[in-house]
Design a protein around this ligand. Sequence first.
Ligand code: XMP
Length: 179
Amino acid sequence: MHNAVKVLISEDEIRERVHALGRQIEADYHGKPLTIAAVLTGSLIVLADLIRRIGVPHRIALIQASSYKGATTTATTLVINESFAPDVADRDVLLLDDILDTGQTLSALIRHVNDRGARSVRTAVLLRKIGRQEVPLEPDYCGFTIPNAFVVGYGLDYDDDYRHLPYVGILDGPEATPH
Ligand code: XMP
């Protein structure tokens, strides 16, 4: 059974903002070898909507990044799987993630893509949480800034559910533990 979800960002607001970001990216990458590298799984929905607003040629890459807490230390290790990422050497890479939280994922991926010989690396996020960032990182494109709450919908999940919601919402109820 689903918990109640309180709408934080409506479908219309998302559509308008994603269109604007698409136009901006289109202008910035005109004539450049753009690869949009989307971080699985949360950014799939924004990827699909965004690329249909980018009228310049570009490739798509999918990257899986899973973080594991060490058993004996507090350090987290990020394991990167790029089986679905074509070669990014000499490409202008735009990393796309659903949400910027602590910033650990994107900052590790920036280093990784640079090491792969990308021509340039920038970042785009649909959401940015206030007051959670541990690593200094200014996303080049940001959809919305949101309060520190656990959000679901439009690709974002709780326990692999709720991704299909057309809006971004805050989970209501006992399961909605702070992230
Ligand atoms: P960091 O902390 O590395 O993490 O910036 C970004 C990843 O953390 C997940 N995340 C969330 N997922 N609702 C979600 O569904 C949230 O409120 C949330 N906050 C962080 C997400 O996978 C993101 O890619």
